[in-house]
Design a protein around this ligand. Structure first.
Ligand SMILES: NC(=O)c1ccc[n+]([C@@H]2O[C@H](COP(=O)([O-])OP(=O)(O)OC[C@H]3O[C@@H](n4cnc5c(N)ncnc54)[C@H](OP(=O)(O)O)[C@@H]3O)[C@@H](O)[C@H]2O)c1
Length: 319
């Protein structure tokens, strides 16, 4: 089978398509024929050695998100050969850029009916990040009150799902993106839109006259300190970037009323089932910027590095 490996960390030129045997599954795992692969900024960071202390020495196969068909399942599993499934590998390096992959049952779920493999592969990492940030860290969807939610970086992979999930959980959603993506954000369900080039997030309060209960900084270039004036007195600021500055802010805000939090996504069947339900109810759809052949993995990484993609980039391992 074909898969994408890096023999050493570095630039886009390090991505190589190689022939390898089909992987052997551990007894508790499923062997899955991959029909579509979701590309994420995390894959680029792994390639550049950002998490080398966790990913170890190359060769490494990149990638976390897949949709595909079960080839082999453990005895007694709910999954049968031929079932369409989707999910995310929880290891840091991943191994999804391949024609076949082994995953644990806890990392996957049955694909929602009616969804294409490409649409399904877009969901696991990005939509679970949005769900876990908004629901678990931001408290959006708790029965007490509708939360006012700001999503900054709303037109990318995580942001396009975050708008829809915040709406589905009953939040009042303001999306922040560049002006060209205003229409997309409103189409996905944002109640209002802010162009961050014209109105930086830190200056939002005078603009809207209101504060936000949850500030989901998907792009990750703000801080609790910078946006505190735009947050309600007990508001929560959520970042996606696990760096020293963000972790320090999380720790120092533990005893203050306004909190900084960091989302660290984990794939869980139960969360994928919740997302599948939202898809079935028509509350959630994938926004796909491009579907590229696996042989164009270099272009996929170039697009992700541009930081300008609308929604998700998908790889097709059959091409
Ligand atoms: N901690 C975790 O568990 C976790 C999980 C998932 C993702 N992440 C991180 O979250 C970040 C976002 O992920 P993603 O998949 O959504 O990325 P993405 O799809 O690459 O995001 C692209 C979007 O970023 C927006 N953008 C570019 N420059 C911006 C700026 N200066 N201010 C605000 N928005 C800007 C662009 O919108 P415009 O063109 O409209 O500006 C574009 O639509 C990444 O850094 C990723 O590594 C972390």
């Amino acid at each position: 089978m074909r898969r994408v490996e890096i023999a050493s960390y570095g630039g886009i030129e390090k991505l190589q398509i190689v022939e390898r045997p089909i992987p052997k599954r551990r007894p508790e795992q499923l062997l899955i024929r991959v029909r579509a692969i979701g590309v994420n900024p995390k894959d680029v960071m792994v390639r550049k050695s950002r998490f080398a202390f966790l990913t170890g020495r190359p060769p490494i196969t990149l990638g976390h998100d897949i949709a595909g068909e079960v080839v082999e399942a453990p005895r007694g599993s709910i999954y049968r050969s031929g079932d369409a499934v989707y999910g995310m590998i929880n290891d840091f390096s991943g191994r999804a850029y391949a024609e076949y992959v082994c995953l644990s049952p806890g990392e996957i779920a049955m694909m929602p009916p009616g969804l294409s493999f490409e649409e399904a592969a877009a969901i696991p990492l990005a939509a679970q990040t949005a769900l876990q940030a908004l629901r678990d860290l931001g408290g959006v969807g708790q029965p007490d009150a509708s939360k006012r939610v700001l999503i900054h970086g709303a037109s990318g992979g995580v942001g396009t799902f975050a708008i829809q999930i915040a709406r589905a959980l009953g939040g009042h959603v303001t999306a922040s993106s560049s002006a060209k993506n205003r229409g997309l954000c409103l189409e996905l369900g944002a109640h209002s839109h802010i162009d961050y080039c014209e109105h930086p997030p830190a200056s939002l309060r005078p603009l809207t006259g209101e504060t936000f209960d949850v500030f989901f900084d998907v792009f990750g270039n703000q801080s609790l300190r910078a946006v505190a004036g735009a947050l309600s007195p007990n508001g929560v600021y959520i970042n996606t970037i696990p760096n020293g500055r963000v972790i320090r802010e999380v720790l120092t805000s533990v005893f203050s009323a306004q909190k900084a939090k960091l989302v660290v996504v984990r794939s869980r069947s139960s969360d994928l089932d919740i997302l599948s339900e939202m898809v079935s109810l028509g509350e959630l759809r994938s926004v796909i910027a491009a579907v590229l052949p696996l042989s164009d993995v270099h272009e996929a990484h170039r697009l992700i590095e541009s930081r300008r993609t609308r929604g998700k980039i998908i790889l097709d391992p059959s091409r």
